[in-house]
Write a new protein. Structure first.
Lengths: 328, 340
């Protein structure tokens, strides 16, 4: 460490989801010289502006790389083993698929397989989600793949405040974190408490209600809150829970709500079949034994034309309909 | 008027380049207000061409010079920047424009858009959203041609940035080990999205990597369509004769941003202006005039291309949208209404 931890007084500030991530990384990089970031086009601030200003402030620690996803991820594992804390930028999750061995066989297993001799404290950012007619290879939400892998932490922030607070916690986690921002949230503005952190594994209860529980994350969050507002007008009180991290996930908060409402709807943009919603619904069924339902995308690739893309998109209206269905 | 044969070839090459330029200019205009890929807006204003549109403007000579040496049954793999390859391989601009407009009558029925443009009927096996992904596919296609004893070859296009991905090495090695009929074409526009490729690439460039695997290569001015044509003719003939893979390194320049809505402000404006002096269309036109082809004959080609693309735009504009139910077609177990 070359700079002492600067204790910022807590204050709130309006900023975008992208700016929130930028600020979190800037604070952490100022405080901890071991943090570096590597990926394609980072030298120009990242393709979504999520590293804006950082190349100027940390010219040696924001590392522009060749188009070499396997090596970007593999090198990050090596960097981590040799004392750095790398932030890996995969640009979109679809390209992280070019680095699956490095994530799954190398980063995720290192600590366990070598009996705790090494740690791999890397944060792999891989933006997910449907985004502006980008079609099948640039629109996927694959969080369930990584939640399935022992050894990985999985974070899925849905608001600027959480993108700020979770990125900071991810950098402190000590284990590999799959950090999934949503591509349609970069411009979302919200209040951020500067100086705060959001712990991994702690959900956020966004609306209180006794009629049903809606569990969601990432892009689903603002849509579920919208759906809850609309249900509220019809006298239906929905409790919306943003999981914020999928591994570890906040079972206690979800189970407590399920005990109260007896009806749990899990909502995500990812394909419903074998999605993480299945894990949440099954856990609720096992532990609380109440009614469960899921809403996810049909098992189709995301199409280019708007009508096709809409089939895969979440919407407040779809969430509201699924909520009414579980209440029947 | 009967033109001397060599000028006829250059006129033909020029015609295809002009068609590509007109197609991409029209698509670029139709994409304005489209995807906010490089901004931060949550939702882009709807444009006729939505989504990322990677233009090959300035690089036409590579696609055209190479494809002039292919026959219909030869195969081709492309990149995210694939309009030129698709048109040069013989696809119909109207059906391509329908695809860019997301219409049911597009080549992919509106499922793919620009980044996945393809016309399998002319051997064009698809543009690709993943850098270097076409390279292993091209080697596999060439492997199949060889096993099936077909007389055809595969042209494999990729950018300079792709040479730093593992599949580049794996694909080239494979093609050489099995002596496959594939012509690798590196379309070197010297940039990868916002990053100059040179400083990210060790050694003496892509051809040196091919040479290290004993794959014969040629480097060519990728803005000179005749030079590309001549080099591709030599290399394609060797590949076709069963000589194994060959490598063409064509140096060119990307006139536009990485995608149509990218202003490209990370690049020196003077560099772009200088590069535009080597516009492959201007170079070809100058050669034609120099050799006595009347300007009116060249202008007529420009006019025809303009009309053809105007008609393609009109067709695309009037074309039907896909039905929502089409989202469940061409994928297993997802018939509308069925368990999914
Ligand atoms: C595996 C992978 N990594 C990153 C990207 C994002 N990306 C799209 S195009 C591009 C630059 C490619 O450069 P080059 O191969 O030289 O082709 P050009 O865009 O110059 O035509 C990048 C990094 C991608 N599509 N696929």
């Amino acid at each position: 460490m070359n700079a002492p931890e600067r204790k910022t007084a807590m204050h709130t500030q309006q900023m975008t989801y992208a700016e929130a991530a930028c600020l979190a990384l800037r604070e952490k990089m100022r405080a901890d010289a071991r943090i570096v970031a590597l990926g394609e086009d980072l030298g120009r601030g990242g393709v979504f502006g999520q590293y804006r200003g950082l190349p100027q402030e940390f010219p040696d620690r924001i590392i522009d790389t060749p188009i070499s996803e396997a090596n970007i991820m593999g090198a990050a594992v090596g960097m981590a083993l040799a004392g750095l804390k790398p932030v890996v930028e995969m640009r979109v999750i679809d390209f992280a698929l070019c680095a699956m061995d490095e994530i799954v066989n190398q980063a995720a297993k290192n600590r366990y397989m070598f009996g705790g001799q090494g740690r791999v404290p890397l944060v792999a950012r891989m933006p997910i989600g449907i985004w502006s007619a980008s079609a099948a290879q640039h629109s996927q939400s694959l969080e369930a793949w990584f939640a399935h892998m022992p050894g990985l932490v999985v974070a899925v922030p849905g608001t600027p405040a959480d993108n700020y607070g979770l990125l900071k916690s991810a950098l402190d986690s000590g284990d590999p974190v799959i950090y999934m921002e949503h591509k349609e949230l970069w411009g979302l503005t919200g209040e951020v408490t500067v100086g705060s952190e959001v712990p991994l594994g702690r959900a956020n209860v966004l609306t209180q209600g006794g009629d049903l529980t809606i569990v969601t994350w990432s892009r689903g969050v603002s849509l579920a809150v919208q759906a809850a507002a609309s249900l509220g007008k019809a006298g239906i009180a929905a409790e919306v829970i943003d999981l914020r991290t999928l591994w570890p996930w906040d079972r206690e908060t979800v189970f407590a709500s399920a005990v109260k409402t007896r009806k749990v709807l899990v909502v995500h943009e990812a394909v419903q079949v074998a999605g993480f919603g299945a894990e949440v619904a099954a856990s609720v069924a096992e532990h609380v034994g109440c009614k469960v339902a899921r809403l996810g995308a049909p098992r189709i690739p995301v199409g280019y034309a708007q009508v096709l893309e809409d089939e895969s998109r979440l919407s407040a209206a779809k969430i509201e309909a699924a909520a009414r269905n579980i209440l029947k | 008027m009967v033109l001397p044969v060599p000028q006829q070839r250059l006129l033909d090459l020029y015609r295809v380049m002009r068609r590509i330029r007109a197609f991409e200019d029209a698509a670029e205009t139709a994409s304005q207000g489209g995807v906010a890929a490089w901004g931060l807006a949550e939702n882009a204003t709807p444009a006729k061409v939505r989504g990322p549109l990677h233009l090959s403007t300035g690089q036409e000579a590579v696609a055209v010079g190479v494809c002039a040496n292919l026959v219909r049954k030869d195969l081709l793999t492309s990149t995210h920047r694939g309009h030129g390859h698709t048109l040069a391989k013989g696809a119909d601009p109207a059906r391509m424009m329908c695809e860019l407009f997301g219409r049911a009558t597009g080549y992919n029925h509106g499922k793919g858009g620009s980044m996945h443009i393809a016309d399998f009927s002319v051997g064009m096996l698809g543009a690709n959203g993943v850098v270097a992904a076409g390279i292993p596919i091209a080697t596999g296609a060439a492997h199949a041609l060889k096993l099936r004893k077909q007389p055809n070859i595969v042209a494999c296009f990729f950018g300079d940035g792709a040479a730093n991905r593992g599949p580049f090495l794996e694909g080239l090695n494979w093609a050489q080990v099995y002596q496959l009929p594939v012509l690798f074409v590196c379309e070197d526009n010297r940039i990868s999205a916002t990053t100059p490729t040179g400083p990210m690439t060790a050694g003496k460039g892509v051809s040196a990597r091919a040479k290290a695997l004993a794959i014969a290569s040629e480097k060519v001015d990728g803005n000179d369509v005749e030079a590309v044509d001549a080099a591709a003719a030599r290399l394609a003939a060797q590949v076709r004769a069963g000589g194994g893979p060959r490598f063409l390194h064509a140096v060119t320049y990307r006139f536009k941003g990485h995608v149509s809505v990218d202003p490209g402000s990370y690049r020196d404006a003077r560099e772009v202006e200088t590069a535009k002096q080597s516009d492959p269309l201007l170079l070809a036109r100058a050669k034609l005039l120099e050799r006595g082809v009347p300007a009116a004959a060249v202008d007529a080609i420009d006019g025809e291309a303009g009309q053809e693309i105007a008609a393609a735009l009109a067709t695309a504009d009037a074309a039907p949208w896909p039905q929502a139910s089409a989202a469940y077609e061409d994928i297993m177990n997802t018939v509308t209404g069925a368990w999914r």
